[in-house]
Design a protein around this ligand. Structure first.
Ligand SMILES: [Zn+2]
Length: 429
């Protein structure tokens, strides 16, 4: 009784627009229907989609998204990088644009939620604003980035830009990025005009499925993403001596694969030996010469480390290298590492994290701060402006698979958090 009275008093203090907009909700059924419709383009027999960038299915999916954007009252164009941009004017022309969106391309044999949930929810936000005739102060841009799964191509074109090396890369479709960009309506010779200058955006919010199992396991409604982890890769070569497996006594072997086995175990020990959410993986291995009767003389394997803190995984890499040297001494094998290839972590904006967290809680949802172990378009946009990311649960943590699934209610929750975050941001900045 007392608290109801208090909230009535608080409501009375808010401007009329704020009262009205805080009660605004998306149409969950419509998001669900749109997801279902989009899933037809590139549908595979396993129940997912193979809508790889630049394929016929990708073009159809994009066309469908464009039709939804137009229905939501957005002014749609394809930028020179091939991204679909739907704009809505703001009431204050001095303000920088606020971006929301994601991607609609998929991995081969992908699912119906990765990228699609964020893209269609962003369009739903615009549709809801239009229906309820809510004017934002900021210009709003709903953006669907091209070829996210092939290396965040479209968002990178907005941020850091694409160079010749990128453009010449062959994508999953068999076409180069240059050819693909043209196919989706961009102009690879005019990429400069798609770039956005640092500081030119008010911000970017992206809703996405978690693609891991944490939220479901801990029964949390909404994940507030602290950042997208950085990744370190290094190829590790172990050289021993190939020799006869029948005649070489056990104490006289320089078995490269035995050292590799010890190394893999050691990577796991070092990565789990310090507190934190860092992960480390040996994901592939090649053994030479590779026969029953020959002691392996050479092994090459792939080491990957990920964390939100770039310094931390570089420190772990140094420890792993030192440990490898010791392991090699046991059976006189020699470890060498290629220079690590590092993609730096991209942190989300602290103020945006709080805004998403407060908004989600005000809608009655439980929240958790968490890193994103997967890459996203938001990591590219973070290089030119503040970004925020909203996660919803992925059932059983499965993604990049036809089995990928998020419940309609959870999608609706995420879309409402996106909507209310946009409104709260617009009123507060
Ligand atoms: Zn994605």
């Amino acid at each position: 009784m007392k608290s109801a009275f208090l909230s009535i008093c608080l409501l009375a203090l808010l401007p009329a627009g704020a009262q009205q907009s805080s009660a605004l909700r998306v149409n969950g059924q419509r998001v669900h229907d749109h997801l279902k419709e989009l899933s037809k383009f590139g549908a595979n027999p396993e129940g997912g989609v193979s809508r790889i960038a630049y394929s016929e299915a990708d073009l159809q999916g994009r066309q469908y998204a464009i039709s939804l954007m137009k229905a939501a009252g957005l002014d749609v164009h394809i930028d020179t990088a091939g991204n679909i941009v739907g704009s809505r004017a703001g009431s204050d022309p001095t303000l920088r644009p606020l971006l929301i969106g994601s991607h609609t391309d998929s991995v081969p044999m992908g699912g119906n939620y990765d990228g699609d949930v964020g893209s269609l929810s962003a369009i739903e936000v615009a549709q809801t604003l239009k229906e309820k005739q809510i004017a934002l102060r900021h210009p709003l841009e709903v953006i669907i980035f091209q070829n996210e799964e092939g290396g965040t191509v479209g968002s990178q074109a907005l941020g850091e830009g694409l160079d010749e090396k990128h453009l010449n890369l062959v994508s999953n479709s068999g076409k180069t990025i240059r050819e693909g960009t043209r196919i989706v309506g961009g102009d690879p010779n005019q990429l400069a005009s798609a770039r956005r200058q640092p500081g030119s955006l008010a911000g970017y919010f992206e809703l996405h499925i978690e693609q891991g199992g944490t939220l479901q396991r801990e029964k949390i409604d909404i994940g507030v993403v602290e950042g997208i982890v950085g990744i370190l890769h290094s190829d590790v070569t172990i050289e021993g001596l190939a020799n006869h497996a029948g005649t070489t006594p056990m104490d006289q072997r320089h078995d490269a694969l035995l050292s590799a086995a010890r190394f893999i175990e050691k990577v796991n020990k070092i990565v789990t030996g310090v507190p934190g959410r860092q992960v480390g993986t040996v994901g592939w291995i090649k053994v030479e010469p590779g026969a029953y009767n020959v002691i392996p003389g050479k092994v090459v394997l792939g080491l990957e480390l990920r964390d939100l803190d770039g310094k931390k995984f570089v420190g772990l890499f140094d420890q792993i290298r030192a440990a490898a040297e010791d392991l090699g001494k046991i059976n006189q094998t020699r470890f060498s590492f290629t220079d690590p290839v590092i993609s730096h972590p991209a942190l989300t904006d602290k103020g945006f994290q709080k805004l998403i967290d407060d908004t989600a809680r005000s809608l009655g949802f439980s929240t958790k701060m968490m890193p994103s172990g997967a890459g996203h378009d938001a990591q590219e946009i973070a290089r030119i402006g503040p970004v925020g990311m909203i996660f919803i649960p992925s059932i059983d943590g499965i993604s990049h698979s036809p089995k990928e699934f998020s419940r309609p209610q959870e999608i609706e929750n995420g879309a409402n958090v996106l909507l209310q975050t946009v409104l709260a941001f617009d009123q507060g900045h």
